[in-house]
Design a protein around this ligand. Structure first.
Ligand code: 4NP
Length: 152
């Protein structure tokens, strides 16, 4: 099972920083490495969006130390599994793949989480409530992934 996990969205300031923080809270981080990145480069070096930081804090998770970076082809080598938040992120990551092996590493975060949407909606242009829904979806997906890892 994967030991190096990369969470990817568009901006790497709203969804994937939450996914990184939530996933780290559910696994043994001395054994499993979790990072995040964005397919776009609009906010490089910035902290996560204040709404993501506040939402995570409501659940006891501090993501304020994260800094935005852009996804790049060498990430295929450095990670075992790459989780895309939505279908556009998935396509953008796949477009940088250099082999079938690279492509096989990419999955939608919500894949296999029954009864829920397949995509984590982009909350950037919405209000606070959008972030609560995003948190809940990512939390469900990370529970699913962490359980799968425990049982493998
Ligand atoms: P994220 O949200 O992909 O969840 O980090 C976004 C953040 C910033 C932008 C778009 C989406 N932006 O266009 O700047």
């Amino acid at each position: 099972m994967a030991t190096r996990i990369l969470m990817v969205c568009l901006g790497n300031i709203c969804r994937s920083p939450l996914a990184e923080g939530i996933m780290k809270s559910k696994v043994d981080t001395s054994r499993i490495m979790v990072d995040s990145a964005g397919t776009g480069g609009y906010h490089l070096g910035e902290k996560p969006d204040a709404r993501s930081i506040a939402t995570a804090l409501k659940f006891g998770i501090d993501i304020s130390g994260q800094r935005c970076r852009k996804f790049a082809a060498p990430d295929f080598k450095h990670f075992d599994i790459i989780y895309a938040m939505d279908l556009q992120n998935y396509k953008d990551i796949i477009s940088l793949a250099r082999s079938d092996e690279d492509k096989k590493k990419v999955q939608l975060l919500m894949e296999g989480v029954s009864g829920e949407t397949l995509e984590i909606p982009d909350p950037y242009y919405g209000g606070e409530d959008g972030f609560d829904r995003v948190y809940k979806l990512i939390d469900l997906a990370c529970d699913h992934i962490a359980n799968k890892m425990k049982n493998s």
